[in-house]
Design a binder for this molecule. Structure first.
Ligand SMILES: [Zn+2]
Ligand SMILES: [Zn+2]
Ligand SMILES: [Zn+2]
Ligand SMILES: [Zn+2]
Ligand SMILES: [Zn+2]
Ligand SMILES: [Zn+2]
Ligand SMILES: [Zn+2]
Ligand SMILES: [Zn+2]
Length: 404
């Protein structure tokens, strides 16, 4: 039995907990990382679990993000009302580090961030490394994380931080960013929307009616987006980083979208695989339906004969029942019978198109597309952003004025 300040009953080491039990302090699964000790409250009415490593968090802390006052690890009465001052998000767990004297607070995850010190600096406020990028008006702290599983994701792309990633923190805007996400330009010209320049928005404007990315068709509830202020065109930063290429068989440039389930304009079917997509007109084509696939590929390491592009279904040896499943002889994953394949008649070797022809090889059939327009300097692009924001907020007011 241990007594811990986070709970009013003594806690026991748990040898078995429900797989869905969450650590009350950090809010992550109690069973992760596996094999680490867990404490729980014997009174099942409490439903209180605690990671061993969370039980070792200090009750009081001096954090470099808030140097003037100490922070205390406290349970949150109403966590929906609490926003972490580093990531801007509601904490996952029921506890957070809060300032004893002012509004400042950090969730348990962000409290583990350690800013890089400047060489030779003392412990004073100016001794942490700050960097300034063109795309962001504030200086960012370069931090590393002190815990293995850092569960807060990037404020721009919403993807997790990998173990080796530094985290760029803006305490003014409450953002946690990957380095490439911190370096995003304020405005871009993009072949997906050649008519107008797109502007980087670091927040979803309040009351925003359009949130769907025209590239991947995903709805954005958070994260950075590139928007056209003239015509409601929106791209997530991931889709904005795609480089479309011009192919002879389609009038507009096409970009590679991986693991999507767009309807293929050629075979008319929808499956979760990679497509070349035209964002301008909604044309999509599976890589295995690509018109310029080589007729013959050498099996190389995988097969001693050349393999021929086969557009008719290749069944396996015996006549099989209708619900028979077919497999690629290279990757041994399932293949769908109607899809084109590379096959060897002689030995009945059948492989996925994507297993024999690389994405790079397919993309090399297209030409890079250049968008005309000069990239703007720092000052003029921040003017564009300001104007864009003003325009949106004016439209917002207009909408509010409209009856109904
Ligand atoms: Zn925990
Ligand atoms: Zn946070
Ligand atoms: Zn304070
Ligand atoms: Zn990111
Ligand atoms: Zn536009
Ligand atoms: Zn098109
Ligand atoms: Zn395969
Ligand atoms: Zn063969």
């Amino acid at each position: 039995m241990v007594l811990h300040f986070s709970h009013h009953h003594p806690l026991a080491a748990a040898d078995k907990v429900a797989i869905f039990a969450l650590c009350s302090i950090c809010g992550d699964l109690a069973t992760r990382p596996a094999a680490a000790p867990i404490y729980h409250c014997g009174d099942s009415a409490c439903w209180f679990h605690l990671h061993h490593h969370c039980s070792e968090l200090p009750q009081k802390l001096h954090h470099p993000f808030h140097q003037h006052h100490p922070l205390s690890l406290l349970s949150l009465q109403n966590k929906e009302e609490f926003r972490c001052h580093a990531c801007g998000k509601i904490p996952r767990g029921k506890f957070a580090f809060r300032c004893d004297l002012c509004e400042f607070g950090l969730d348990v995850c962000c409290a583990s961030l350690v800013p890089e010190k400047v060489d030779g600096g003392g412990d004073g406020e100016l001794s942490y490394r700050r960097v300034k990028f063109v795309g962001h008006e504030h200086e960012l702290l370069v931090c590393y994380k002190d815990i293995e599983s850092f569960e807060v994701s990037c404020s721009a792309c919403e993807l997790p931080f990998q173990i080796q990633d530094s985290i760029y923190v803006c305490l003014e805007c409450k953002l946690l960013l990957h380095k490439p996400c911190a370096e995003l330009p304020l405005t871009i010209n993009h072949p997906f929307h050649p008519r107008h320049r797109l502007v980087l928005f670091t927040q979803i404007p309040p009351g925003e009616p359009f949130t769907r990315c025209k590239g991947c068709l995903r709805d954005f509830e958070a994260g950075f987006t590139y928007r056209c202020v003239e015509c409601n065109f929106l791209l997530g930063t991931g889709c904005a980083s795609l480089v479309p290429r011009k192919f002879v068989f389609h009038e507009h440039p096409l970009a590679l979208f991986e693991k999507t389930n767009f309807n293929c304009s050629k075979c008319r079917c929808r499956k979760c695989t990679s497509v070349l997509r035209c964002v301008l007109c909604g044309f999509n084509i599976h890589l295995h339906c690509f018109p310029d696939l080589p007729e013959v590929v050498v099996g190389g390491r995988y097969h001693r004969h050349a393999l021929r592009l086969t557009k008719t279904p290749v069944q396996d040896y015996e006549v099989e029942s209708d619900d028979a499943e077919f497999y690629c002889d290279k990757c041994e994953q399932e293949r769908s019978l109607p899809d084109p394949t590379y096959s060897c008649q002689e030995c009945h070797y059948v492989a996925h198109v994507q297993c024999m022809v690389s994405k790079e090889e397919i993309l090399s059939h297209g030409e890079e597309v250049l968008v005309v327009g000069q990239s703007m300097g720092d000052e003029s692009s921040s003017k564009v952003v300001r104007e864009a924001m003003n325009k949106l907020s004016m439209e917002e007011e207009e909408n509010l004025k409209k009856p109904g």
